[in-house]
Write a protein that binds this ligand. Structure first.
Ligand code: GUN
Length: 285
């Protein structure tokens, strides 16, 4: 049993308890927070995430709808679905599960979601606001990582945070949020030369490479905090992260496991964002 493991499941439970109270308060004012999830095609991993989202909504007393669309749906048809949800007063948050099939332009879909219902924080308006530190919806995974760090009493100001991965969903916003908390931020990615030389300097290392067990102890400075955003299957079809946990936990001061680390936090933050979107309908009118 390790003592340096960050228990994402437990922290997500604490976050969702608070969301539940906010949901009850909203309900007393006649508003039931509602989340719509659009799933195109039948990617099994996406289906698992989407089912978990619906279950959590139910547990917190929120309304949720799942719209399942055919793999070969046209972009126009998908956009019509998004526009209908933009107009639907029962829906406060809209999530279009990514990735989308190749006939569909993801940027156009994201730009069609009302920024007021963009609980993923992917709309350019919300991305821009996040960049300049204005209140906006924050992308759920990086937002969840920030909460994990907060609940685990990890100091951020003045620390060197190294992020491996530069996706719009995780890596890029992750760096921005850490920068806002006064970390010194380095981005690494698949074209980075001599990755070790950067990761070995990290006080906080966030790994989002999508490559199973790529980061072992040799990449990690003694005492670093290691956050593993990956979800992969290993050679035995067991869930694993982008970090080789057994090796990394020997040198890290704190480390997230997979499963049970970042994953539960992503869903918890989606619930928080949906609740916030519903609250905004009361205060912004
Ligand atoms: N696919 C993987 N992660 C995410 C996410 O956070 N939001 C959406 N919409 N799709 C995803």
């Amino acid at each position: 049993m390790s003592t340096n493991k960050i228990d994402g499941k437990q922290i997500a439970g604490l976050v969702t308890e608070k969301v539940k109270e906010r949901v009850e308060n909203l309900k007393s004012k006649g508003v039931v927070p509602g989340l719509a999830v659009i799933l195109v095609g039948s990617n099994p991993a996406s289906q698992t995430y989407v089912n978990n989202k619906a279950k959590t909504c139910e547990r917190l007393g929120m309304y949720s709808v799942l719209i399942e669309l055919d793999e070969d749906i046209s972009e126009d048809e998908l956009l019509k679905n998004v526009e209908a949800l933009n107009q639907d007063d029962k829906i406060h948050g809209i999530l279009v599960q990514l990735p989308l099939p190749s006939q569909i332009n993801e940027d156009r879909v994201i730009a069609t979601i009302s920024p007021l219902k963009d609980v993923d924080g992917f709309h350019p308006e919300n991305v821009g606001k996040m960049m300049i530190g204005q209140q906006s919806f924050l992308p759920c995974t990086p937002f969840g990582v920030m909460k994990l760090l907060e609940y685990s009493d990890v100091e951020i100001a003045g620390k060197h945070a190294v992020i491996i991965g530069r996706s719009n969903i995780v890596g890029k916003p992750m760096g921005q949020l850490l920068l806002q908390k006064d970390a010194t931020v380095t981005y690494c990615h698949s074209r980075t030369k001599d990755l070790h030389s950067f990761t070995k300097q990290a006080d906080i290392l966030v790994v989002a490479t999508g490559r199973a067990k790529m980061i072992d102890a040799s990449y990690i400075k003694e005492g670093a905090v290691v956050i593993d955003v990956g979800i992969n299957r290993d050679e035995n079809n067991k869930l694993c992260g982008d970090v080789d946990f057994a090796s990394a936990q020997e040198v890290a001061s704190k480390i997230t496991p997979v499963p049970g680390g970042v994953g539960p936090m992503t869903i918890a933050m989606l619930m928080e964002n949906t609740c916030l979107a519903a609250e905004n309908t009361l205060t912004n009118k």
